[in-house]
Design a protein around this ligand. Sequence first.
Ligand SMILES: NC(=O)c1ccc[n+]([C@@H]2O[C@H](COP(=O)([O-])OP(=O)(O)OC[C@H]3O[C@@H](n4cnc5c(N)ncnc54)[C@H](O)[C@@H]3O)[C@@H](O)[C@H]2O)c1
Ligand SMILES: O=C(O)C(=O)C[C@]1(C(=O)O)C=C[C@@H](O)C=C1
Length: 361
Amino acid sequence: MRSALVVGTGLIGTSIALALTRRGIDVHLSDTDEGAARTAASLGAGHTGRPAQPVDLCILAVPPARIGAMLAQAQREEWSRVYTDVGSVKALVHTSAEDAGADLSRFIGGHPLAGRERSGPLAARWDLFEGRPWVLTPGATTSRDALNQALELVSLCGAVPVVMDTDEHDHAVALISHAPHLVAALMAARLEGAREESVRISGTGIRDLTRIAGGAPELWEDILAANAPAIAEVLAAYATDLTAAVDALRAVAGPDAEAAKRGAANLADLLRRGNAGQARIPGKHGTASASYTAVPVLISDRPGELARLFAAAGSVGVNIEDVRIDHSPGREAGLVELLVDPTVSDRLAADLAASGWTVQS
Ligand SMILES: NC(=O)c1ccc[n+]([C@@H]2O[C@H](COP(=O)([O-])OP(=O)(O)OC[C@H]3O[C@@H](n4cnc5c(N)ncnc54)[C@H](O)[C@@H]3O)[C@@H](O)[C@H]2O)c1
Ligand SMILES: O=C(O)C(=O)C[C@]1(C(=O)O)C=C[C@@H](O)C=C1
């Protein structure tokens, strides 16, 4: 691939454009919000405006409900040789593109499973997709050119391609992305009218659980509407467990000793199932997250501390597989958990402590 056009220069479009520009691709940027395209260009993501000649690949990074019609228009006006999209739902994109009269042989659906709870070009990061799954949904008529260009895009962004059909994709994301978003929103909604004294002492638990609830409501309304039946199915099963949890808690606190015992056993079972499910979530590069050990280090809230800590780990030859950071505004110290191979965690903890870092046990 030599040239690309990114339409929709928000979080995802600009992140893709930054990754492609770094790899030497000539990237054109287009957005109905000209300010968004100009901001993306000023970040080094490419240059604004549609190309005079068709590019090699056009990436449609606009909200899901707009993709089908936009693909048909883009093909009529010959913006590119082949096209892909990044929409969070796939069946709707394929059917709306077909309805709009698009040529599906020159299109392949795509969805990078990476993102943030912030929108717009200023939230973009060139390494957003590094090591993340990127689903491609070729159809019966998808051309070899479209598939190859999309595979090259995924590779240039450092992501891992996963081929699925549209329905399989939409059922999977209902479980691992869309229903979790609603659960986070519902839990965060409990805080809206809560007493300030309660919200003030929030720790990392509620932050971790509700981070994604900060996502743009307009985008998520679109996503939820486009995948509603599959999401409702996941949430109905969740509601059954939720009712069981409420019943168990009431029984535990009630006067009937036998019912309290059963309630406690039911709660234990729900918690055990939670552990089992959580352990199945892959870590970076698709490896099991449970295969890493966390080394917790206290750092002071000063610019450059994190870089100094990473350099310290690097200087003793330890590869950091992942990192979790407790950002508590206003605190003078933060807790950073370095996730590393279990065989090197004790050595890393000892080496860091010996060079003056506060490592928690
Ligand atoms: N946010 C995430 O975490 C995430 C992750 C993966 C995929 N996606 C998908 O990526 C796509 C973009 O999401 P985002 O988070 O980057 O949103 P965003 O709001 O940050 O950016 C969307 C951009 O599209 C522009 N736009 C809207 N309609 C347009 C049109 N008709 N022509 C040109 N530009 C138009 C908007 O002005 C905006 O700049 C969506 O389809 C979403 O489902 C999002
Ligand atoms: O990390 C986040 O903030 C996200 O919500 C990213 C996330 C996800 O659910 O994993 C959200 C929607 C996208 O379609 C893909 C990725």
